[in-house]
Design a binder for this molecule. Structure first.
Ligand SMILES: *Cc1c(COP(=O)(O)O)cnc(C)c1O
Length: 472
């Protein structure tokens, strides 16, 4: 096999070995359907199509890098989650991807929404999400944010500390309004995921500890606070979770606490929120459970625990999916700038494919080793597979987008690369490192392209630079 566009004649067997989970593809043009939004196909011309549009046309119109959201797939996943968790309340975690349009889609599909800052709240409301369907999270909400939430009338505030409970009571008392609250607890679970996205073990900043007794103290404080309407316990154990095992421990421990509170006060809390974190496939080796399976398994666990604890009223349950709705409908598009073979050891090389984005538009691989996949979107190739590392253009060697992926061995500057699963936590975590301009987000549907968020411009950045004097 010859590889015309990379330096010298490179043979796949001299390239660094692939990790075990990454199978050498029989055909580098093939797409693993579970990784992509449902309208994605590779057209007869070899070009990827999404939402009825060829990626080549999208790139002609908006340039790269760019995020593309398949609107019908986003809406379908929202609807399917709601249907699977029938009888539950489903709160879309807005932080995974939020703009006024995504807020409107979520509102139209009948889901509720979680926000984590006053600014997210402003966008959610501007998108038409009714305040009473919004939950407000965060471990350090400011007085201004709590005041804003109370004044617009959010449905519930998930309190995260004893200090916050006092603050919120004061704010409500001054305005003579009552607000619904849930108490965020840590259930002592290590979700099987990366440490930085596992949030229910004890040594971290979120929530009140059940083991330490602060969780019960928080519930009692809310119960005593005249203007706080305590709805129930909230637990979020982490993200990118594939199995119900972590939820099982959280369900047991939160319901034990629920029972303890009932015994102490005679109040049977009406709700229980089990958080989000439902995993999505970023790579072919990922095998997430369906929403139906999770809903059935979680509900059975709740009923079993309630029986065991002799709780006659099963609390109304809620969940908070983020990426499970917004992740797979989105892809990121990049253009290849350089292809470089790097010697790792005698006779072993790695192919570095550099693209026109990177850790500024998707920081997850650099932040916590998140894995992604990629494919050449602008053409079909008859070349064999070459193990590549897709990297960005930033000044960090950790600026990796896709650590290991087989791309066609004739990968060359000018090729467009598509990365699936980029609908969640990509634009929302984007930054301006190296004065990168945040890419636009466009939605596609039935052959129509709509700009949801335009590309940032240098003028946008310079407008913030108080010392910039264009005529000096
Ligand atoms: C981030 C977050 C979610 C959503 O997480 P996903 O992994 O995107 O599902 C849900 N609830 C809370 C409290 C969160 O912080």
């Amino acid at each position: 096999m010859t590889h015309m566009h990379v330096a010298g004649a490179i043979h796949a067997d001299t390239v660094t070995p692939a990790p075990k989970w990454l199978q050498t593809p029989v055909d580098v043009n093939a797409l693993d359907p579970k990784l992509w939004s449902r309208t994605v196909t590779r057209g007869a011309d070899g070009v990827l199509r999404v939402g009825g549009l060829a990626v080549s046309e999208i790139v002609d119109r908006v340039e790269t890098p760019a995020y593309v959201i398949d609107e019908l797939d986003f809406r379908a996943r929202a609807r399917e989650f709601r249907a699977a968790f029938d009888g539950w309340d489903v709160f879309y975690a807005a932080k995974s991807f939020l703009c006024t349009t995504s807020a409107r889609w979520i509102a139209e599909e009948g889901l509720n929404m979680d926000v984590c800052s006053g600014n997210e709240l402003t966008v959610a409301l501007a998108g038409g999400m009714p305040a009473e369907r919004i939950g407000f999270h965060g471990n350090n909400k400011t007085v201004a944010e709590l005041t804003q939430a109370v004044e617009v009338g959010v449905g519930r505030i998930i309190v995260d500390s004893l200090t916050e409970i006092e603050r919120l009571q004061e704010i409500c008392a001054e305005r003579q309004v009552r607000v619904g609250v849930m108490v965020r607890v840590t259930a002592g679970v290590e979700a099987h995921t990366h440490e930085y996205i596992a949030t229910a073990h004890e040594d971290q900043k979120f929530g009140l500890s059940i083991t330490g007794g602060q969780a019960l103290e928080g519930l009692l404080a809310c119960h005593r606070a005249p203007d706080l309407d305590l709805r129930g316990i909230h637990s979020h154990i982490g993200s990118q979770i594939f199995e119900v095992a972590g939820f099982e421990v959280a369900i047991r421990r939160t319901l034990e606490l629920h029972k303890e509170f009932l015994d102490r006060t005679g109040v049977d809390l009406p709700e229980l929120d089990l958080g989000g974190g439902f995993g999505i496939p970023y790579i072919s080796a990922d095998r997430p459970r369906s929403a139906e399976y999770l809903a059935g398994a979680m509900e059975a666990l709740v009923r079993r625990e309630c029986r065991g604890l002799e709780l006659t009223n099963v609390p109304r349950l809620s969940v908070e999916p983020g990426r499970a709705i917004s992740g797979t409908p989105g892809m990121a598009l990049y253009r290849v700038g350089t292809v470089k073979m790097v010697d790792l050891a005698e006779g072993v090389q790695r192919c570095y494919v550099s693209v026109d984005g990177g850790m500024s538009d998707n920081i997850r691989p650099a932040l916590y080793g998140a894995e992604y996949s990629a494919t050449v979107a602008s053409r079909r190739s008859d070349a064999g597979p070459l193990l590549c590392r897709v990297v960005g253009k930033h000044c960090e060697s950790g600026d990796i987008l896709v650590r290991d992926e087989f791309l066609p061995a004739d990968i060359t500057p000018g090729d467009v690369i598509a990365v699936p699963g980029a609908g969640a936590y990509s634009r929302s975590m984007a930054n301006n490192y190296n004065h990168a301009l945040k890419p636009p987000v466009v939605s596609v549907r039935d052959g129509e392209l709509t700009t949801l968020i335009r590309r940032e411009t240098m003028a946008d950045l310079l407008a913030l630079d108080a010392g910039y004097a264009p005529d000096a």
